[in-house]
Structure formats: structure tokens, C-alpha cells
Design a protein around this ligand. Structure first.
Ligand SMILES: Nc1ncnc2c1ncn2[C@@H]1O[C@H](COP(=O)(O)OP(=O)(O)OP(=O)(O)O)[C@@H](O)[C@H]1O
Ligand SMILES: [Mg+2]
Length: 149
């Protein structure tokens, strides 16, 4: 999928978030400045989060309340080479069916990510251009992708 503005990336995230019912896990893959956090801000909107979403880079994770008793947990492991006990917290969140988990720079925690998740790869061929690749790794995320596309 080709995206040509920050707003369009936000809208894509928002459309995806509005399809979520809880328990979804999204892994965002892309370089610094690709638009992972921008996408997450849109996703938060689709989940009915009213608070403004900030990059969790320094705190590693941030939690937001959304619609229908859902929680958004946004992780960014960029500055944490050894996730240590954060892994336990993440594993609990992943198992919770009221929580939607979004992960940036999740390479160091890939062993505890669920088999069924959405993997979203973003590359930037130009200043405002982004190529977004959406991949489902199981039936449940596949069903969501089908609705989105
Ligand atoms: N089409 C686009 N989609 C998303 N962001 C865009 C686009 N065009 C320009 N941008 C800009 O690219 C930047 C994306 O930043 P963002 O924080 O979302 O990236 P990130 O992938 O989360 O980076 P990091 O790995 O540092 O957390 C923003 O400054 C945004 O304005
Ligand atoms: Mg980010």
C-alpha cells in the first residue's frame, strides 16, 4: 500500500484500529522516522483513545484507555537491548483480550509475540512517501486485514 502523507498514514492506522475488538497484537517494522508512531496515533484514534499518544521511546511503554473497556499498550524497545522483566509485562498484555498491543523495535521480544499477529512494515522511498506492507500471520489477523482492504 502506498501512502503519501502523514495524514494518510494516520487515517490508515485509524481504520485498522476501528476494526479491533481487543487482543490484537501489531508489530511495526521500519527505520527511524518511517512512521510507526504516526501509524500508532491513528490506531489509537480508531480505538477511541482521547489522550494524545506520545512516542514511548524513553519510558519503553505507555498505556491508554479506549472505547469498550479496551486498553492500548504501546511499546518501543529501541533503547532497551535487554528487555528483561519488561518481557513479563508484555507477555501478560499480549494474553489479555481487552488489551491491544503495538510494538516498535520488537526484535528483542520476538520470542514472546503471539503466532497470530499483524506485522506492518513501513519503508520510505521519499520524504513523504511510504510503502506500507500489511501481513497477517494467523487466521484472526487475516480476517481483520480482509475487512481493512
Ligand atoms: N507519509 C508519511 N507517513 C508517516 N510519516 C510521515 C509521512 N511523511 C512524512 N512523515 C514524517 O515522518 C516522521 C515519522 O515519525 P514517527 O515518529 O512516526 O516515526 P517512527 O517510525 O515511529 O520512528 P522511531 O523509530 O524513531 O520511533 C514524522 O516526522 C512525520 O511527519
Ligand atoms: Mg516511533
Amino acid at each position: 500500500m502506498h501512502v503519501t502523507s502523514e495524514q494518510e498514514m494516520h487515517d490508515l492506522g485509524s481504520r485498522l484500529g476501528s476494526l479491533f475488538v481487543g487482543g490484537e497484537v501489531v508489530e511495526l517494522v521500519g527505520d527511524v522516522g518511517a512512521g510507526k508512531t504516526t501509524f500508532t496515533k491513528g490506531l489509537a484514534q480508531g480505538l477511541g483513545v482521547s489522550e494524545s499518544v506520545q512516542s514511548p521511546s524513553f519510558t519503553i511503554s505507555r498505556v491508554y484507555d479506549g472505547r469498550d473497556d479496551l486498553r492500548l499498550e504501546h511499546y518501543d524497545f529501541y533503547r532497551l537491548s535487554d528487555p528483561g522483566i519488561m518481557k513479563d509485562e508484555l507477555a501478560e498484555s499480549v494474553a489479555d483480550d481487552k488489551t491491544v498491543v503495538v510494538i516498535e523495535w520488537g526484535g528483542s521480544v520476538s520470542d514472546i509475540l503471539p503466532a497470530d499477529r499483524l506485522v506492518i512494515g513501513i519503508s520510505s522511498p521519499g520524504e513523504f512517501e511510504r510503502d506500507v506492507k500489511l501481513r497477517a500471520t494467523g487466521d484472526r489477523s487475516q480476517a481483520i486485514l480482509k475487512e481493512l482492504l
